[in-house]
Design a protein around this ligand. Structure first.
Ligand code: HEC
Length: 443
């Protein structure tokens, strides 16, 4: 996504902090929505197939209601699905500016797959309306235009549900792959789809998302059927019992995976991603999940339905705290990158204002103090590597070093790329001479 990278400008530290908050908010909208649509499609499709094989009206009715409730309205697909993901792509492009990792590209592929998936799923949803309307009309079975039409609708319904699920699953995999890659600097030079296929941590993270999505959807169904606005009017007691049993089973079964997957994901994080706030939010999330177990147990034992609201709320809290924790790790991982960007930002700002770069005499020492010392020491690692370690390979060659300073290239994967300092050739030569001379004192 080179063109996106060229589009964005370096940002100040305050701006980057703001971008992280925006990413959190955008994820608050997007992740629960994607979870419900994906979970709802799978549950609906499963019960539709079951309903076609077994003569039980409950399955078909349930399938139809599930997809109707979990996809809200057509507009939700755009406002909660597409728009947030586009915003996320722009935010990540800014934060990861110049790093050349694949995250933004993976997000773009995810966006395309998810848009296609949503189109299929909304087709699936609306073809249900037709399908039930047509099946309520009684008509002559022979060569009838209606019969053909009804068959077509049934086929669209079947195919769109199937393909919608496939595309959403793929889209979510690319999305999670992008999120995971951004958290693991050791994989930043990974290229292509191979990363997705071979990374175990992507798989576990996706599995975590997938199981959490189904658990959340189960809880959402209990919430919608039995809690929201006093619950739906369900005259058929058998159907009511069926919904309750199914909703509880889905919520509980998939919630059981959460603590373990959450811990594996935490362990898989590189140490630079960890901080007390990362742990703190994970603990809150775990706490919410255990509380959910407790309430589900009470619901199973006493046939209580009034906890439905609380279970759903707690699972939402569990998801949101995980999102906050994930953004905190992302922030930790990109701390140096943020410094690099803000240093570039300062340069860009001066250039825009047409100010001199603050260097009057071409003195190597002044340039070092004014332009390099923020990131470099001779004997210690700061943002950049210590000169003691990097300068020996230049063998005292002033021109070669000046060429690097004038046009820094990516060298060591353990560091972010060095931003261009915008020096003039004479200045680059002066600073090169100066540091090559100074570094001898540190042998
Ligand atoms: C914003 C931070 C930053 C500033 C300012 C900065 N550098 Fe760097 N520098 C880095 C980073 C990060 C690297 C490591 C780049 C890499 O390995 O890809 C680096 C690497 C280097 C290297 C090692 C190159 C090599 O061959 O391994 C030299 C030499 C260097 N910088 C000189 C300078 C000089 C001279 C200045 C001042 C004119 C300067 N840097 C200003 C961040 C900075």
């Amino acid at each position: 996504m080179d063109f996106l990278d060229k589009l964005v400008l370096p940002q100040s530290l305050e701006h980057i902090a703001l971008l992280h908050y925006m990413a959190t908010i955008v994820l608050f909208l997007f992740v629960p929505f994607l979870s419900l649509v994906l979970g709802g499609s799978i549950i609906s499709f499963y019960f539709k197939r079951k309903g076609l094989r077994e003569p039980n009206d409950h399955f078909i009715l349930f399938s139809k209601q599930v997809i109707e409730y979990t996809t809200f309205t057509k507009g939700a697909g755009v406002t909660l699905g597409v728009v947030p993901l586009v915003a996320l792509i722009l935010i990540y492009a800014q934060i990861l500016h110049n790093l050349k990792l694949l995250t933004v590209s993976l997000f773009v592929v995810a966006l395309i797959l998810i848009i296609v998936g949503l189109i299929f799923i909304y087709t699936y949803r609306y073809s249900w309306v037709f399908k039930s309307f047509l099946s309520s009309v009684k008509f002559d079975e022979r060569e009838n235009e209606f019969t053909t039409f009804a068959n077509n609708v049934a086929r669209v319904n079947r195919k769109s549900g199937y393909w919608g699920i496939i595309f959403l699953l793929l889209g979510s995999y690319f999305f999670i792959g992008g999120i995971n890659l951004a958290l693991n600097p050791s994989d930043w030079d990974a290229t292509g789809i191979l990363y997705l296929l071979t990374s175990f941590s992507v798989f576990v993270k996706w599995l975590h998302f997938f199981t959490a999505a189904l658990s959340l959807t189960g809880a959402f169904l209990l919430f919608i059927f039995f809690f929201w606005e006093g619950g739906k009017e369900i005259a058929d007691q058998k159907y009511k019992a069926f919904i309750k049993k199914t909703g509880l089973a889905i919520t509980l079964f998939f919630a059981l995976f959460q603590p373990l997957l959450l811990l594996i994901n935490l362990i898989a994080l590189p140490s630079i991603a960890l901080s007390s706030s990362v742990f703190g939010f994970v603990v809150i999330s775990l706490f919410a999940v255990f509380w959910v177990f407790h309430l589900l147990y009470a619901m199973l034992k006493n046939s209580e339905l009034r906890y439905s609201g609380m279970v759903f709320l707690l699972l939402v809290v569990a998801s949101l705290t995980l999102i906050i924790s994930e953004q905190a790790s992302f922030r930790n991982v990109t701390k140096t990158q943020a410094l690099v960007l803000s240093a570039e930002y300062a340069v860009t700002l001066k250039e825009l204002k047409g100010e001199p770069m603050g260097i009057t005499a071409i003195s190597g020492a002044d340039i070092f103090n004014g332009r390099c010392s923020a990131c470099h020491k001779f004997d210690q690692k700061l943002v950049g590597p210590p000169y003691k370690e990097t300068l020996s390979k230049y063998n005292g060659d002033v021109d070669k070093l000046a060429a690097f300073v004038l046009n820094p290239t990516k060298i060591n994967p353990a560091y972010p790329p060095m931003p261009n300092q915008g020096l003039k050739p004479a200045e680059a030569k002066a600073i090169a001479k100066y540091i090559l001379e100074e570094v001898k004192k540190y042998k």
